[in-house]
Design a binder for this molecule. Structure first.
Ligand code: SF4
Length: 341
């Protein structure tokens, strides 16, 4: 049986593991820092830790080999990193740039079980969940490749983060730990297609991360045709959970809205969306759909129609940001990741 990777544990979990081996508290921060600040990738890279402890750890825990990473760069400067893990599972991360900021987007699963009909990862199906160390490997590679500090991190690559929530949450706790990467939680956003119980759990937790909900469309029937998740969680339930999250945390909810030409971009669609969300503390992020290589029957949203949609949001009192999709030429746009799971 494969042993767990030592880098999969939060500092509290590592502390429990070390105490169970008879170690004192003073070693815990040292080991955690070597793993997550210095990037130790093997027992040979733990200076100052005595051989007896390394021996005991090695009997129980492993260092899974670093994934193979392939890099592509888009004409607009967007970087895509494709990771192949030791067992052949694949996942991708994307770094996008503006003049002021670098933003990383990581995957939480290899492939995805949700089956949204416009999405490459949905078509590939779920291969497996990613472990915290595999999510951290993506973050570390993005940080290296960005060439500047990362300003934000979003879980919006392949996979539904709330369907691998225990390990995504671990990765967030490790990333934000001040003895490790020290990446602030308020710079982290988790994007869900609407897994209601976990939205509520997040609202009740101490995590200070941001929530993004990908509504896809504000029409229930149409949503049912675009994502099988709609059969489990209705728009009414999702908006109820988002409202609960906003009330509990006093944080704004981001609604990701992917604009498909002729599908969800009319003034009537904007009115339906407004009716759903206008009394929530929220923002809308409008992104033009990028076609996926498997030739799904959707065409990218029109920038002009999306502008009109944005204006309708503003008129209804909801802030909406419209951005041109980046990295589509290297299949790094929304819905394009995870084609190979
Ligand atoms: S859009 Fe997101 S939730 Fe839907 S199949 Fe793709 S990765 Fe999964």
């Amino acid at each position: 049986m494969t042993k767990p990777d030592l880098r999969d544990f939060t500092r509290q979990e590592l502390a429990r593991a070390l105490v169970a081996l008879g170690e004192k508290g003073s070693r815990i921060d040292r080991v955690f820092g070597l793993l997550h600040k210095k990037g130790a990738a093997g027992y040979g890279e733990l200076p100052g830790i005595d051989e007896a402890l390394k021996q005991k750890l090695a009997e129980r825990y492993d260092f899974i080999p670093a994934p193979k990473v392939e890099k592509s760069v888009s004409a607009d400067g967007t970087i895509k990193l494709a990771f192949t893990f030791a067992d052949g599972a694949r996942a991708e991360s994307v770094i996008t740039f503006t003049k002021e900021a670098a933003a990383a987007c990581v995957s939480s699963q290899a492939g995805c079980a949700c089956g949204c009909v416009f999405c490459a990862a949905g078509a590939a199906g779920l291969k497996r969940d990613l472990k915290p160390s595999e999510i951290l490997a993506q973050f570390a590679a993005c940080r290296r490749e960005a060439g500047r500090p990362l300003d934000s991190l979003k879980f919006a690559g392949s996979g539904e983060p709330f369907m691998n929530w225990a390990d995504v949450k671990r990765s967030i706790l490790i990333l934000s730990d001040n003895k490790g990467y020290n990446f602030p939680q308020f710079r982290i956003t988790v994007s869900t297609v609407g897994v209601v119980p976990v939205i509520r759990e997040l609202a009740d937790s101490h995590l200070a991360i941001k929530l993004a909900v990908s509504l896809i469309t504000a029409d229930e029937e149409q949503r049912g045709a675009l994502t099988p998740v709609a059969k489990k969680y209705s728009l009414r339930q999702i908006i109820g959970a988002a409202r609960y999250y906003g009330d509990r945390t006093k944080r704004s909810v981001l609604f990701d809205y992917i604009v498909f030409d002729g599908v969800n971009d009319t003034p009537q669609d904007a009115a339906k969306l407004l009716a759903l969300i206008k009394d929530l503390n929220c923002k809308v992020d409008l992104t033009l759909y990028s076609p996926v290589p498997s030739g799904k029957p959707f065409t990218p949203g029109s920038f002009e129609k999306a502008k009109a949609f944005q204006a309708a949001m503003a008129e209804g009192g909801v802030r909406a940001h419209l951005r041109r999709e980046k990295g589509a030429d290297i299949a790094a746009g929304y819905g394009q990741l995870g084609a190979q799971g």
